[in-house]
Design a protein around this ligand. Structure first.
Ligand SMILES: *[C@@H]1O[C@H](CO)[C@@H](O)[C@H](O)[C@H]1NC(C)=O
Ligand SMILES: *[C@@H]1O[C@H](CO)[C@@H](O)[C@H](O)[C@H]1NC(C)=O
Ligand SMILES: *[C@@H]1O[C@H](CO)[C@@H](O)[C@H](O)[C@H]1NC(C)=O
Length: 250
């Protein structure tokens, strides 16, 4: 794109000179924050929390930076979201990894501690970090919980990555387990409310396997069972639904 603009401008030598002078001023002004900044990106700068806090989007002359699991990204191109008044402004100038899944942007909710989160939640934060690697520019590391003062990953970061990997494995296992027992069809409408039904077999509520290991919570799903399976343990008939009904209101 820049070359297109320059080609177009090249038709008018005066404008071209102005542009070149402006560009030169921009790149060679010693005190320009962007100059030292691009210098930093090459070196994968290490940030302290205090340094990172300066790049919170309140100063228009500075880039906007965000930390996640100790990786620092330049999110300036997403200024409308990460700048003052944007929906993601809470993430700017800090590492608020936990808030990516908790949605808690108040006080201590804005922390990089993932203590007590489930493996699926931790997995989802690691996926957010992948998103930033894909969509924005990685500029360095935050020294603290996830990187030591040499920029090496800490035990905490390795623990987080291991937990996310465990989450991925458990989810795959759960998917395989659930594929063995077909799920119910379902629909919902404002007038009629909710309904589940089976084309083959009978709807039953069952505990999702591995759910506690994955999310720390119990959760049930609707699956279809044939008549000779109905005496298996752990199958729950929907409240108010007949034992051999193919459709149940929920
Ligand atoms: C820029 O990088 C050079 C080495 O590549 C280094 O000596 C210099 O201190 C850096 N400047 C800043 C502002 O970080
Ligand atoms: C936000 O950044 C500005 C400078 O860029 C700094 O003065 C201010 O203290 C920062 N705010 C917080 C909450 O760190
Ligand atoms: C957000 O986190 C803070 C600090 O941990 C806590 O006091 C508050 O209750 C949380 N808010 C919500 C909505 O979970």
């Amino acid at each position: 794109m820049a070359t297109v603009i320059i080609k177009r401008l090249a038709k008018s030598p005066f404008v071209l000179i102005t542009v070149l002078v402006t560009l030169a001023a921009f790149f060679f002004t010693p005190r320009s924050p962007f100059k030292s900044f691009s210098n930093y990106t090459q070196q994968q700068r290490l940030f302290t929390a205090e340094e990172l806090a300066l790049y919170n989007g309140t100063d228009d002359t500075l880039p906007i930076l965000l930390g996640i699991l100790g990786s620092v990204f330049d999110v300036t191109k997403g200024k409308s979201h990460y700048g003052v008044g944007g929906g993601y402004h809470h993430f700017s100038g800090r590492d608020a990894s936990r808030a990516f899944v908790s949605g808690n942007f108040t006080g201590d909710g804005l922390t990089d501690s993932l203590h007590g989160l489930s493996s699926t939640e931790v997995k989802s934060i690691v996926e957010w970090r992948e998103f930033y690697f894909r969509s924005y520019t990685f500029v360095g590391k935050l020294v603290g919980r996830y990187y030591d003062s040499e920029g090496n990953p800490t035990k905490s970061l390795k623990g987080v990555e291991a937990k996310a990997a465990r989450g991925t494995q458990l989810l795959e296992k759960q998917k395989k387990e659930e594929a063995k027992q077909p799920g119910c069809n379902s629909r919902w409408s404002q007038g009629e409310g909710g309904e589940v039904w089976c084309d083959d077999g009978f709807p039953r509520l069952v505990q999702r396997p591995l759910e506690i290991a994955l999310t720390g919570k119990m959760s049930k799903r609707c699956a279809c069972f044939t008549e000779d399976q109905l005496s298996e343990p752990g199958l729950e008939v929907y409240e108010g639904c007949d034992y051999l009904s193919k459709t149940c209101r929920v």
